[in-house]
Write a protein that binds this ligand. Structure first.
Ligand SMILES: *[C@@H]1O[C@H](CO)[C@@H](O)[C@H](O)[C@H]1NC(C)=O
Ligand SMILES: *[C@@H]1O[C@H](CO)[C@@H](O)[C@H](O)[C@H]1NC(C)=O
Ligand SMILES: *[C@@H]1O[C@H](CO)[C@@H](O)[C@H](O)[C@H]1NC(C)=O
Ligand SMILES: *[C@@H]1O[C@H](CO)[C@@H](O)[C@H](O)[C@H]1NC(C)=O
Ligand SMILES: *[C@@H]1O[C@H](CO)[C@@H](O)[C@H](O)[C@H]1NC(C)=O
Ligand SMILES: *[C@@H]1O[C@H](CO)[C@@H](O)[C@H](O)[C@H]1NC(C)=O
Length: 314
């Protein structure tokens, strides 16, 4: 019985963990690269077909191909400063020879070499933001997460799309502001809003990752996934983030429910049997429950108690 309840407990824990972080392949989560880029990062990116009006998250050229894009789309935007602030430097400056991970930005980088380090890019935002929460990614796939992290931390162009205080914001949308109000607690300095990204870049990301596993909660939204605790809390159940139960969860829970119903059923039968015996013994003038002083003289009739025990043991 002890072993079985431990098993039940483990099953329950496993089902909780599965309900919290719903791991699926990229191809199951996102239909294409557009869905990947537009769902994974909330409202940060939008996918654009015209490569003359969209940014890339990586490049090999001596010249940053994003510079002419900003020039075309935002001629008065200032890319000599690092508008975003998370782990960013204030100004985009050249980095030294230890700057290898995010090498495209070496000559004008908003990230320091300490930030631009794959270990720190993976761990820098807290345990919920690790990209390997559903298992180690293939190298082909992980490359794109490193590229996105480098682009976010190092590019002087992404800051034009800051949600609160971004040059690119169209205030008519009502979803972003051109001016950052420091006394408004809703205005952060790190969020990006609808930066146009090349479709071919997003499609390549999807192709590289299609068989890897990722968190599918809220359509594969990194920020929603980050709210789900890393390890199930054994002593207190973690907050329920997912409201709609999955079918897997129901299937795993079923054996536990069946066991509970069976145990309750056995107890009911036992209690009914016991009451029945009590009733019959009362009727036959040989009651089980008699005042203590009478009881000693009736000791020989005790076997009836053993019979009741025998029933409970079924
Ligand atoms: C990507 O998938 C979505 C959802 O199925 C679809 O609406 C959209 O047209 C697709 N986009 C491209 C470029 O194929
Ligand atoms: C792509 O963008 C460029 C620059 O804004 C524009 O001149 C060109 O007409 C666009 N091409 C298409 C097919 O819309
Ligand atoms: C861009 O920002 C930098 C740093 O704040 C500043 O020194 C420079 O004057 C600005 N350039 C323009 C054109 O506003
Ligand atoms: C990244 O940074 C960590 C901690 O600062 C350090 O231990 C590690 O050696 C660095 N990795 C690389 C590849 O520089
Ligand atoms: C900035 O935010 C504070 C707090 O929400 C508000 O009282 C104030 O009016 C805002 N200032 C501007 C210029 O919008
Ligand atoms: C587990 O629950 C306790 C009490 O609510 C909380 O303090 C702790 O942070 C939780 N641990 C995790 C890993 O969520």
């Amino acid at each position: 019985m002890r072993g079985y309840s431990l098993l039940l407990h483990l099953l329950l824990l496993a089902s909780q963990a599965a309900a919290q972080l719903q791991c699926q392949s990229f191809a199951q989560i996102y239909d294409n690269g557009t869905e990947l880029c537009e769902n994974m990062w909330g409202d940060a990116f939008k996918v654009v077909d015209n490569i003359s009006e969209a940014y890339t998250m990586w490049f090999f050229d001596d010249q940053n191909p994003n510079a002419p894009i900003s020039q075309r789309l935002h001629p008065t935007g200032n890319t000599s400063t690092c508008n975003l602030q998370y782990l960013h430097k204030t100004l985009p400056t050249a980095e030294g020879d230890d700057f290898t991970e995010c090498h495209p930005w070496k000559e004008a980088s908003c990230c320091s070499s300490n930030t631009a380090n794959v270990t720190n890019l993976l761990n820098g935002y807290g345990p919920g933001y690790r990209w390997d929460r559903c298992g180690t990614l293939s190298q082909a796939c992980e490359r794109f997460f490193v590229q996105e992290a480098c682009f976010y931390e190092c590019s002087p162009h992404i800051g034009l799309y800051r949600r609160y205080g971004g040059h690119a914001c169209d205030p008519a949308s009502g979803q972003c502001t051109n001016v950052h109000n420091a006394s408004n607690p809703g205005h952060n300095t790190w969020e990006v809003f609808k930066m146009p990204i090349r479709r071919d870049y997003c499609d390549a990301w999807w192709t590289a990752c299609r068989n890897d596993m990722f968190c599918s909660n809220s359509g594969g939204n990194y920020f929603a996934c980050a709210l789900i605790p890393t390890t199930p809390n054994v002593t207190t159940p973690p907050p329920e983030v997912i409201t709609n139960e999955t079918t897997e969860e129901k299937e795993v829970l079923a054996p536990g429910l069946i066991a509970l119903v069976v145990i309750l059923g056995i107890l009911l039968v036992a209690v009914a049997g016991f009451l029945c015996i009590v009733y019959r013994r009362e009727k036959s003038g040989n009651p089980i429950f008699t005042p203590l002083k009478d009881r000693e003289s009736k000791m020989p009739s005790q076997p009836s108690i053993a019979m009741v025990n025998g029933k409970v043991d079924v």
